[in-house]
Design a binder for this molecule. Structure first.
Ligand code: ZN
Length: 221
């Protein structure tokens, strides 16, 4: 079992995508993204990506396929498959137990539509072993400024997300909301490795520069 979070370094893309952009849906050259993805598969093995839509569909992966599943979480119980979740401010959440692993895309919508809970339910159907969580780089509660309407909508279901920016405008702390959800779901081992994507220039951030690439959270059994 292994977990790795990529950053911007070590790839072939230029400009806003420099350099290890793994997103093939963000305007970067497809052949360069393919080169970057080869860097990942050379180091971490055959890697399954997904077409992320801020929904709560979970895809169970039994083999790596070019027919990219539309989902916001991937689960596998098979070793030799690496799962990837791509992000540029949303939270890359990795879940792992003795017999299965998952890569989950948790943004504001994913928090509200409970993609994490659905993923854990499916993992528990595969194996009743204890699940641990690892949280990678994402936008922090000071940087994620939102409108009052969006703030109210998220706080209604996730009060621990309440935050303010440094200029005292409404903001969301998605990480606090996710950690509260994980604890409610009975996940007690939480390794929080987050760094703010907006504040660290070696990470892609859509908030910092709208033309940008995607880094990934990777996990394999
Ligand atoms: Zn920040």
């Amino acid at each position: 079992m292994g977990i790795h979070f990529t950053d911007r370094l070590g790839g072939f893309s230029s400009d806003g995508y420099a350099s290890l952009n793994l997103g093939d849906h963000v305007g970067d050259l497809p052949e360069v993204v393919a080169q970057n993805r080869k860097v990942i598969s050379d180091q971490f093995g055959n890697t399954q990506y997904m077409n992320q839509v801020h929904g709560n569909r979970v895809a169970v992966i039994e083999e790596v396929t070019d027919e990219i599943p539309t989902a916001d979480a991937l689960v596998t119980g098979i070793s030799g498959i690496t799962l990837a979740v791509m992000i540029a401010d949303c939270i890359p959440l990795i879940l792992s137990s003795k017999h299965c692993v998952a890569a989950v895309h948790v943004g504001r919508k994913g928090l509200v539509n409970r993609v994490t809970g659905k993923t854990i339910e499916i993992m528990r159907e595969i194996s009743d072993q204890e699940i641990s969580a690892t949280i990678g780089p994402a936008i922090c509660g000071k940087c994620y400024e939102v409108s009052q309407d969006i703030y109210d909508e998220v706080i209604a279901s996730h009060p621990t997300c309440a935050s303010r920016t440094n200029s005292d405008t409404p903001a969301l702390d998605l990480l606090s909301g996710l950690i509260a959800d994980l604890q409610d779901l009975g996940i007690n081992k939480i390794d929080n490795q987050t760094r703010c994507t907006v504040e660290n220039e070696d990470l892609f951030s859509y908030r910092r520069t709208p033309v940008t690439g995607r880094q990934a959270g990777l996990v394999w059994l």
